[in-house]
Write a protein that binds this ligand. Sequence first.
Ligand SMILES: Cc1cc2nc3c(=O)[nH]c(=O)nc-3n(C[C@H](O)[C@H](O)[C@H](O)COP(=O)(O)O)c2cc1C
Length: 194
Amino acid sequence: MDVYEAVASRRAVRGFTDRHVPREVLERVLSAAAWAPSVAAAGPWDEREYEMYPPSLKSPYRERRSAFGQERYSALGIGREDWEARQRAASANWDCFGAPAALFCYIDRDLGRPQWSDVGMYLQTVILLLRAEGLHSCPQMAWSVYRKTVAEVLSPPDELILFCGMSIGFEDDTVEYARTGRAPLEEMVTFIED
Ligand SMILES: Cc1cc2nc3c(=O)[nH]c(=O)nc-3n(C[C@H](O)[C@H](O)[C@H](O)COP(=O)(O)O)c2cc1C
């Protein structure tokens, strides 16, 4: 099944048979799902309309975030304490990493956490459909820290909060990248079987 078919045929099914679902299938799906993108950005800019992370990130998320930083920056040849080089790498966000197209995703400020999760599902769907078109993307929460500058260009209605931007284009495969790791399946999922 291609990604378009998957998106079009997906719906909230509310009637199931008793046909067994093999555990290997669930493991395959849940292991692959771990490759979903996740937030990794920080910095001191416009006053925040929402926090990227809780003020004191607890374990194991704190360790995972720091392991991600190590992996990403060491793949770019940037040392642990080299904040200037880190900032330079982060500043590529403002050029959309060279992408010719960008999407800016807003959410109405009166909506609650469940609707923020809806936005995440929408964006992941967009990301997968872009892959089906041969395109790549980078979701960029970084843009939320320059929301006022973005607003000067887009003039969004006051009731909207900028959740993130997203760079969209064809990959330049001469640019090095690091595939950051994921927590193992058993750390993320507990199977409870009869
Ligand atoms: C909501 C969201 C916001 C993100 N914001 C940024 C960003 O501002 N800049 C950036 O370079 N990457 C950003 N990312 C990409 C993550 O860094 C990336 O998904 C994560 O490190 C995992 O890497 P992978 O997607 O290449 O597997 C964001 C991802 C998500 C889901």
